[in-house]
Design a protein around this ligand. Structure first.
Ligand code: HGY
Ligand code: MN
Ligand code: MN
Length: 443
């Protein structure tokens, strides 16, 4: 933290913030408690701890359920009214002075990828709880109700946020994410009800805003020494199951020139995916992250391979172009290798989503007034916020990831950086509560 301006509230809210009287001009702004946040992150990291120091807390697992219990206890201890919606989202509500107003939603997720770290998503949930603790400690009553959310199964395809915008389809619920359960069974396992999913859906106007604090997961802030990222937009994500069919045969008796080895075809396709995404101008990315050969024995030429394909970009048209170029490469490779390659898109695509421009200004102003350095930037990672953008103004606050490492046990963000992010989140919430979105013109 650098110099602190005393006039944060007046500037942010374009007028006095109802309920924030305790922080009137002349007093230092309220800031988050780094020790409390770090202690909670460490406590959460015990659920699903892996030997490498991170967590494997995939959604719907026992570890996920234990982590959710821990978060719900923190919510209750902070005086929140806790419930699980029918999509399994864990929600804690703090009443506002005018309970007829739509709530301001803050939070993120606590599920992880297999072999994940202790900060992705977790910082947003612990940061949202920190906002509640600070409001309680300073006896600040907001005008709007405030809801803290820990979304269901973010890493398996933005499941909880997709349901919250009413777009989680029946077909998508049959997908089996990292846990090995279908999303449908997983939702049931964490206390939701997939048969009444519509009750979890909210409409445009139901939320005043959604603001998510998250680690950057890339190295820009860390390398520059910048405290805060003001997210301008979140990439779209599309996933496919790719099936490569060759011909299984004896690995000892089939001469090299008489094989249709599905693994070799898949390897060539993997290289082509990488080449297509690299050679096009722009920041698009494409990844084969999972591959399996069948029947999967050392002495059998693989007859079939299944693999994943993921494509991301800030523009939907660019993602489509990358896909079409990859399919053209696949057709060429399949013909040359006497194989067949099929692409089956998974019904879990996430749209690219710009953040709300007014929210960017609000977050930047909060960071500036707290004496924190900031920069505007895109997000290459997917977030629940991109679904929420369909029904509410969204904002995202990034804090630095050491060495830009994420989806790894080596993921790390310092206590001070987490607290900086939570402080910016608090003051962004207060600004929205004070009417800053209205003051800044329409969406
Ligand atoms: O995969 C993602 O981008 C995110 O971390 N869920
Ligand atoms: Mn992630
Ligand atoms: Mn995340």
């Amino acid at each position: 933290m650098k110099a602190i301006s005393p006039c944060l509230f007046a500037i942010l809210a374009a007028g006095p913030i109802p309920g924030a009287a305790g922080a009137a001009a002349g007093q230092e702004p309220i800031v988050a408690n780094p020790e409390r946040m770090e202690q909670r992150i460490l406590a959460l990291s015990q659920f699903g701890a892996n030997p490498e120091g991170g967590v494997s807390r995939v959604a719907f697992s026992d570890a996920d359920i234990a982590g959710r219990v821990y978060i719900s206890e923190l919510m209750r201890a902070a005086g929140l009214d806790v419930r699980i919606d029918t999509a399994g989202n864990l929600i804690g509500r703090r009443a506002g002075r005018d309970d007829g107003l739509p709530p301001i939603l803050i939070g993120s997720h606590i599920d992880s990828v297999p072999g994940g770290g202790n900060y992705d998503g977790d910082v947003g949930v612990i940061g949202a709880l920190e906002v509640v603790e600070l409001l309680n400690e300073h006896r600040i009553e907001t005008r709007h109700p405030l809801e803290v959310v820990s979304f269901t199964d973010e890493e398996g395809g933005l499941t909880g946020s997709r349901a919250m915008v009413g777009k989680l389809t029946d077909e998508a619920m049959n997908v089996v994410p990292h846990s090995g359960l279908t999303i449908r069974d997983g939702i049931r396992r964490v206390g939701g009800d997939p048969d009444r999913l519509d009750e979890a859906a909210r409409k445009p106007g139901d939320l005043a805003a959604y603001i998510e604090l998250h680690i950057e997961q890339g190295g820009i802030l860390y390398e520059e020494g910048t405290d805060i990222g003001v997210v301008e937009g979140i990439v779209g994500i599309r996933w496919w199951d790719v099936v490569v069919e060759g011909m299984a045969n004896h690995a000892g008796t089939t001469p090299m020139n008489r094989r249709s080895d599905a693994m070799v075809t898949a390897a060539e396709l993997t290289l082509a995916v990488n080449r297509v995404a690299t050679e096009l101008e722009g920041r698009q990315v494409a990844t084969v992250g999972r591959i399996q050969a069948f029947p999967g024995a050392p002495n059998v030429v693989p007859g079939k391979v299944t693999m994943s394909l993921e494509i991301r970009d800030l523009e939907a048209a660019k993602m489509q172009k990358v896909y079409e170029l990859i399919v053209a490469e696949a057709d060429r490779i399949a013909a040359a290798r006497d194989a067949e390659i099929r692409f089956e898109e998974i019904d879990l695509a996430a749209e690219p989503a710009p953040t709300d421009e007014r929210m960017r200004d609000i977050i930047a102003a909060a960071a500036g007034e707290l004496g924190l350095s900031y920069r505007r930037m895109p997000s290459g990672a997917g977030h629940d916020a991109q679904d929420l953008a369909q029904i509410a103004p969204i904002g995202m606050i990034f804090v630095p990831s050491v060495d830009g490492i994420s989806h790894s046990p080596r993921e790390y963000t310092s206590a001070e950086d987490m607290a900086n992010g939570a402080s910016v989140l608090l003051h962004s919430v207060l600004a929205v509560d004070g009417g800053a979105l209205d003051a800044r013109g329409s969406h």
